[in-house]
Write a protein that binds this ligand. Structure first.
Ligand SMILES: [Zn+2]
Length: 109
């Protein structure tokens, strides 16, 4: 066997493993295949779901109005106010902008 096993060598190796597992468990090859595939898929699914949850968590922002976490479409800038869809729809952004405008106006005069 060379450094990189050929397809035939890998198939033969898998066959020996399956024979061994078959003897140890009393399960036929097709039953073993199914069992391994199902376990592998369950693992894969768990990993993907965890990955997804981590990505969602890292993209989460906290609304400046109601303080609830939400998933912004774009990453909010650090020096900018950000609002959840509900507060944005209720006009929180405009109210805050108006407050800010009046505050600056007062400072100027
Ligand atoms: Zn909000």
């Amino acid at each position: 066997m060379g450094l990189t096993p050929t397809l035939e060598e890998r198939v033969a190796f898998a066959g020996r493993l399956l024979d061994e597992l078959s003897r140890a468990t009393g399960l036929a090859w097709d039953e073993l295949f199914l069992k391994i595939a199902v376990e592998r898929l369950a693992d894969e699914r768990k990993g993907l779901l965890e990955e997804q949850a981590a990505v969602k968590k890292s993209r989460r922002a906290v609304c400046c109005e109601c303080g609830e976490p939400y998933l912004p479409k774009r990453r909010p800038k650090a020096n900018q106010r950000n609002y959840c869809p509900d507060c944005r729809a209720s006009g929180a952004a405009q109210r805050a902008a108006a407050r800010e405008y009046r505050r600056r106006k007062r400072k100027e005069s």
